[in-house]
Design a protein around this ligand. Sequence first.
Ligand code: TYD
Ligand code: MG
Length: 437
Amino acid sequence: MKKIKEVSFVCSNCGNEFGRWQGQCPACGEWNTIKEVAARFTNNNGSSRVAAPSRGLGQKLEAVNLGKLEVNLTDNKNIFSSTISEFDRVLGKGIVQGSAVLFSGEPGIGKSTLLTQLVGKIGGLYVAGEESAEQIQIRVRRLKLNEKNFDILGTNSIDDIEEFLDRTNNLYKIAIVDSIQVMSCANVTGVAGSVSQIRESTFRLIQLAKKKRIAIFVVGHVTKEGDIAGPKLLEHMVDTVLYFEGDKSGDLRILRTTKNRFGPTDEVGVFKMEEGGLREIKSEEINLVDSESAKVGSAVTVVMEGTRPMLLEIQALVVESFAPMPKRIFSGVDYNRGQLLVAIAQKSLGMPLYKYDVYISVTGGIRIDETAADLAILSAMWSSYKEKPLPGKNVYVGEVSLLGEVKKVKQLDKRKKEAESLGRRVVEMKNVREMKS
Ligand code: TYD
Ligand code: MG
């Protein structure tokens, strides 16, 4: 059959498709994210290739009555435990049969390690696209896991995976595909890692998960900047999106979910990377503030990680700038939120930040995505600017409005209790201007 190549343009940020190239994506507003993709094929009768193999054109379909449908994905009998309680907690109750999970994170963060530990505990298929079976065996031994629980399939081809899973019908409950960036489909042009390959590979893996009732964990690397052809593109396709994050130079790792069709998205799992792999951390152990003594430019806050309060140290460095445009470098804090806080500091605290560089970081490499840390960020900036440490036992919790008012945050009592249990106290403040007195 003669195939005619069709060209389309895909935004690597949101995955939307357009007929022509544009500088800015009309769907998500990002600039320079639209890339030319030659992915779709049309048959010579003009119909577009239909991706789902069972969905023939013009076929007589029957509607499904939900009352008669037996399979309920979130029914307990379709959910099984990963035997790693932090993992189960993040997923909701556990692993859902036939679900497709995107497991993303920066390279080197520990994705392969955690998924290896998962297979080591419950057994499954590990599709190794990046490493050889020998390399995985070394890791498995290092992690002291049961080698018999691992079936390694060494391939970069989605077609191979489909054929293999067809042949070994129902042998596996879970399969890991490590990683989506090195996988490709024979019927799609473009090298592995391109938008078209990643999208089609993921699509086919999702189909496979549903058809074979295997939970498939697809590993996807992201870079700090948000990769080209990155997993962002895939988020709306899969059932669940897990992010594994942390500071690579530190040993703390946080597993969070940003999308979950089968459970809540506000739980996180906390792990520590050690010699023997990732160890689950209990609530009581989560206390990231190690030093008691007050330091210039440091402020402690309590963030909620899921339902658990966690003390974090925020560090700020406010120094005179010699650049025409003063620098704003924030790590672990949203850039726009940081900019806003810089403006508030200038207006409400009278800090002349237009001629100062501002650096902000969160210790432990944690990313803060709640406004409850506003007050701590401002306090740390104030402390650095004044070169005076804040009182040692103080903890700063509060969202700050444009006018500098400190607003109450959710679960304040829980945060206060946690601070108190560690011998600290949450500072009461109505307006950031009180800091100056
Ligand atoms: P890895 O799981 O390979 O990262 P990813 O798959 O996300 O790219 O983890 C890489 C790092 O983890 C590596 O730098 C070494 C470290 N590590 C340990 O500290 N302890 C261990 O037991 C293992 C297996 C890895
Ligand atoms: Mg890896």
